[in-house]
Design a protein around this ligand. Structure first.
Ligand code: GRF
Length: 324
């Protein structure tokens, strides 16, 4: 069955001209763009970008912060973002320091673009500082927002050569070109990470290899994970990327038997599937290319599957460790 195309819903917050907002918005007009812009919000009703967004048929929202407590203003913005059904927030020149509470609400789902090659030059006047330092390049970074200013995990960067005679303004203008390429690309990759087999495999691998006495070994062309020695180890998980005509990307783990397997697939068809060949011996597919995967749940399945095949001597060690 073909999957219905679903686009991630993004709210963009701006304070000024909104050229990055425009870049995000026009990228979203491409039919294959994995996100759509559901709201452009601002703390400044006169922000030039709002007018453009409106003219492009995007819902807008503005609420001045003057005279308001920071937390109260964040709460107003948060409410508008939620009312627009946004799943992600893209800050694009939003000149506000955010409260930790607001940041926490959007942990892992709020991105920002910053005009420097982070971790260099957090804060303001980035171009002046790059020039004063005699750097060969300036640039831009897209990062996840954490409570610390311009400090969250970097999702992507683009460098921009500094040219003799550059002023902060000429450099800033050129860095903007880079920003306008970078932001839509990184946002697209980020919202589609659940459909990216490399990203999913890296997550599974980290969880599987965190279990004691495990190693990775390819099986019939697919990544697999084994417990025990290299010589006599047994598989407890396989990574499956759209095998045998299925559109599922996920991990195969061992159930208690055919009854459990059939029940899981019947009752939660979005989450489980019966894989070709392996299904016949009680392995169930746990689908990962879907939104809202609970990675603790994936961890629990991997551990259970690991326990089912691990030598007693190894599981015993784990049980003893768990008692402390
Ligand atoms: C950009 O330089 C961005 O990196 C920074 O604020 C500026 C916003 O510019 N966070 P614009 O409003 O998108 O033109």
């Amino acid at each position: 069955m073909a999957k219905a195309p679903s686009r991630a819903k993004v709210a963009i917050l701006i304070s000024g001209s909104g050229t990055n907002m425009a870049a995000l918005l026009y990228a979203a007009k491409h039919p294959e763009c994995p996100y759509e812009v559901v709201l452009v919000g601002s703390n400044d009703p006169a922000a030039a970008g709002l007018q453009l967004a409106k003219a492009e048929g995007i819902a807008t929202f503005a609420h001045p912060h003057k005279g308001m407590e920071r937390a109260a203003h964040d709460a107003v913005m948060d409410e508008a973002i939620r009312a627009a059904d946004a799943e992600y927030v893209a800050l694009a020149g939003y000149m506000r320091i955010l409260t930790p509470e607001f940041v926490a609400q959007w942990e892992g789902r709020m991105l920002n673009i910053h005009p420097s090659l982070l971790p260099k030059y957090k804060g303001l006047h980035t171009h002046e500082r790059a020039l004063a330092a005699g750097d060969s390049h300036g640039g831009a970074s897209v990062h996840l927002v954490t409570a610390e200013l311009d400090d969250g995990p970097i999702l992507g960067q683009m460098s921009v050569a500094i040219i003799p005679g550059d002023s902060a303004d000429t450099l800033a203008a050129r860095v903007k070109f880079a920003e306008h390429q970078l932001y839509p690309t990184i946002l697209s990759d980020y919202v589609s990470r659940y459909d990216n087999p490399d990203w999913l495999l890296a997550k599974v691998e980290a969880l599987a290899l965190a279990l004691p006495e495990t190693h990775a070994r390819t099986s019939h062309g697919s990544p697999g994970f084994r417990v025990g020695s290299e010589k006599t180890g047994k598989y407890f998980a396989y990574f499956a990327d759209q095998h045998h005509g299925s559109d599922a990307i996920g991990v195969l783990v061992k159930t208690g038997g055919m009854d459990e397997l059939e029940t899981l697939c019947e009752q939660q068809p979005d989450m489980y599937w019966k894989p070709a060949f392996y299904g016949a011996s009680g392995w169930v597919g746990l689908r990962l290319n879907r939104p809202g995967v609970d990675w603790d749940h994936v961890r629990e399945w991997l551990e259970r599957s690991w326990r089912a095949v691990a030598p007693k001597s190894v599981t015993k060690l784990m049980d003893v460790a768990a008692e402390f």
